[in-house]
Design a protein around this ligand. Sequence first.
Ligand SMILES: C[S@@+](CC[C@H](N)C(=O)[O-])C[C@H]1O[C@@H](n2cnc3c(N)ncnc32)[C@H](O)[C@@H]1O
Ligand SMILES: C[S@@+](CC[C@H](N)C(=O)[O-])C[C@H]1O[C@@H](n2cnc3c(N)ncnc32)[C@H](O)[C@@H]1O
Ligand code: SF4
Length: 383
Amino acid sequence: MEDWQNGGFGLYIHWPFCQAKCPYCDFNSHVSNTIIEADWQTAYLSEIDRIATLTQGRLLNSVFFGGGTPSLMSPELVNAILDRIRARWTLANDCEITLEANPTSVEAGRFQGYHDAGVNRLSMGIQSLRENDLKALGRLHSVQDARKAFDIAQKTFGRISFDLIYARQQQTLADWSIELKEALDMAVDHLSLYQLTIEDGTAFGDRYKRGRLSGLPTEDTATDMYFATQEICNTAGMSAYEVSNHAQKGSESRHNEIYWRYGDYAGIGPGAHGRVTINGQRYATDTPLSPALWLEKVRKTGSGEGSCTKLPADEQLTEFLLMGLRLSEGVDLDRASDIQGKDFIIQNKYLSEDGLIETENGRLSVTPKGRPLLNAILRELIP
Ligand SMILES: C[S@@+](CC[C@H](N)C(=O)[O-])C[C@H]1O[C@@H](n2cnc3c(N)ncnc32)[C@H](O)[C@@H]1O
Ligand SMILES: C[S@@+](CC[C@H](N)C(=O)[O-])C[C@H]1O[C@@H](n2cnc3c(N)ncnc32)[C@H](O)[C@@H]1O
Ligand code: SF4
C-alpha cells in the first residue's frame, strides 16, 4: 500500500483574498487593493517546485484552489500554476481539479478560462437562495446572479457543487425545507450544506456576544433542520457521505476524501496546512497566515514553510479517527491498529449497544443516529 495508505495525495492552493469580508467567515481571507498577481505567481511556482522535490514520484489525485475567493484569480494565473504542477507530478487519469468560485457575473465570465486551464470541478459559494438572507450574510451576489452563474458553470464544467448555509437568522424549519428542495431541483450531483457556526473573532461572533444577533434558531430547531436535511437529500438520491457533504454515488469530492481518509496533502499559500509523509514519517506542515508575510518569506528564503512537525502515533490516531468518522463509510480498523502499533480496541461497549456506532467488515462507523453526537462519541473512542 502507501499513497497514503489509500487516502491518496493532493495539493491545496490557498488564495487569501476576497472582495468583501463576510460577517460569519473565519477563513484566512483578506480584502486588499494592492495585489500584484505576478508576485503571487512567482511565489506559488516556487512553492510548487519546493514541494515537488519533497514528494517526487507521487501520483497526484487532486488539486484544490480554495480561499478566500480563488475566482478572483485570473485564468492565466490558474493556468500557470497548473502548468507547473503538470510539469512536476504525474496526474492520475481521474485527477480532480477544483476551484472555489463566488457566483457574481464578473466571476462567471472567467469560468471558461478556468476550464481551459484544466479545472474540471467548480465549487460555488451560493450560500442561500433567498435575497434578504444573502444580504444578511453580507454576500455581494443576488439569487439571480447565483442562478445565472450556476447555468454558465453547468455548461462549462463536468462537475459542479455548491455550498449553502442553513440555521440562519429568522429561518424556520419549513423555510429551509422549501429552500433545500429548490436547491436540489437545480440538478446538482454534489452539495455542501453547512449549519451556520458563530465563530469568535468574526462580525457575527461580536454581535452574538453583545446579544445583537437576533432570530437564530434554537439548538433543537437546528438539530431538526439537520435531520430534515438528511431526509430530503436521501429522497433526492443525494445522501450524506460526510456530515455536511452530499453527493450522488460516484460524485463525492476526491479532495475532501483525501483529508477524511487521512491521505496526504500538501498546502501551498498563506495559512495552508498540510499532512505529508516523507520516508515513512508523517509531518504536519503550516505556513504564515498573513499574505504579505508569506509572500515575503517565499521571496527572501525560497520557502513558505512556517512549521513542519513530526506527528507521533497517538496524534495520528486521534486525527485519523477525527477525520474518518465524519465519513459515512467510517474507518478501517486495521489501519487504526497499524497507526498505533497495537490492536485498536473500542473501550466503551455502550456506544454500539445504543446504536451510535457500528462495526462491519473490519470498519468502524458512526450511525445516522450517532452523527449529531459525533464529538461525544469521539471522546469515548480516542484512547
Ligand atoms: C472558504 S469558503 C468558500 C469560498 C468562497 N469564498 C465563498 O464564500 O463562496 C468555504 C465555505 O465555507 C462555508 N462557511 C464559511 N464560514 C461558515 C460559517 N461560519 N458557518 C457555516 N459555513 C461557513 C461557506 O458555505 C463557504 O462557501
Ligand atoms: C471548505 S471545503 C469546501 C468544499 C466544497 N464545498 C467542495 O465540495 O468542493 C474546502 C476544502 O479545502 C480544504 N482547505 C480549506 N482551507 C484549508 C487550508 N487552510 N489548508 C489546507 N486545506 C484547506 C478543506 O479541508 C476542504 O477539503
Ligand atoms: S465566505 Fe468566502 S467570500 Fe466570504 S469572506 Fe469567507 S472566503 Fe471570502
